[in-house]
Design a protein around this ligand. Structure first.
Ligand SMILES: [Fe+2]
Length: 245
């Protein structure tokens, strides 16, 4: 399900072993873990029924990079539909008591739970995606995150290139991610609603590359959308806050 942008040594987790086969080496980190800040994805800890979190900014705050029209459909229709579908699927089941992240992990890889997994993961993914954006974002990461980026990718420019390559290399709907894997940062991509947490990876930043994320503003120009997000919207403080100590 996941593919890294560069090759990577083998690991023990079975699902990770599969994805690692398609990885490329990112380079070992030489610095100790950064202390995680207190930012965490909302709704992960709350049991169902699940709710649509409000956007962490006004719906026109990201205009013109991401228009209010796009946010209205993407958050108000698509994200909301995942929440509504998930609650319908969970109604009357024991799974309704599970926090969202535990529900994702419990249903991952189970064909009989595919619909629950897809909707649960898409609820989580979108909530996380919004938090990774802000008006007048982009620029350079905070110093501690910058050090980690340099250790893993060499530069922010290379990280952006890897994220763009993952975004463009994702055939059809999916996501590009910056993740933490042990003492490394990596770029991976996922299909549909798959989330790297199911492979034991810690998501740091998500980029939605479903067409509904960009078609109204960029039509088929996925590269323009991704570059605009990376250059003008990424909330690097949020990304830094996701680092696991
Ligand atoms: Fe989306």
């Amino acid at each position: 399900m996941f593919e890294h942008s560069r090759s990577e040594p083998q690991v023990m987790h079975p699902r990770r072993a599969v994805l690692q086969a398609a990885c490329a080496a990112v380079g070992a980190l030489s610095t100790p873990w950064l202390r995680a800040q207190t930012v965490s994805p909302p709704s992960s800890a709350a049991p169902g029924p699940h709710v649509l979190p409000p956007l962490p900014f006004a719906d026109n705050a990201l205009d013109p990079v991401m228009s209010a029209t796009t946010l209205g459909y993407h958050h108000g229709k698509h994200h909301k539909a995942y929440v509504d579908n998930l609650n319908k699927l969970l109604a009357g089941t024991e799974q309704a008591a599970l926090p969202l992240d535990k529900l994702i992990l419990a249903t991952s890889g189970r064909p009989d739970q595919q619909a629950v997994f897809n909707n649960a993961a898409q609820v989580w993914n979108h909530t996380f995606f919004w938090q990774g954006l802000k008006a007048q974002g982009g620029g350079e990461p905070p110093a501690a995150l910058m050090n980690k980026v340099k250790d893993s990718f060499g530069s922010v420019a290379q990280l952006k290139k890897d994220l763009l390559a993952a975004s463009l290399g994702q055939f059809g709907s999916g996501w590009a991610w910056l993740v933490q894997d042990g003492d490394r940062l990596k770029v991976v991509k996922s299909t549909g609603g798959d989330n790297p947490m199911t492979a034991g990876l810690k998501p740091l930043l998500a980029i939605d590359v479903w067409e509904h994320a960009y078609y109204l503003d960029y039509q088929n120009r996925r590269a323009d959308y991704v570059n605009a997000v990376l250059d003008k919207l990424v909330n690097w403080e949020f990304v830094a806050g996701q680092l696991k100590a």
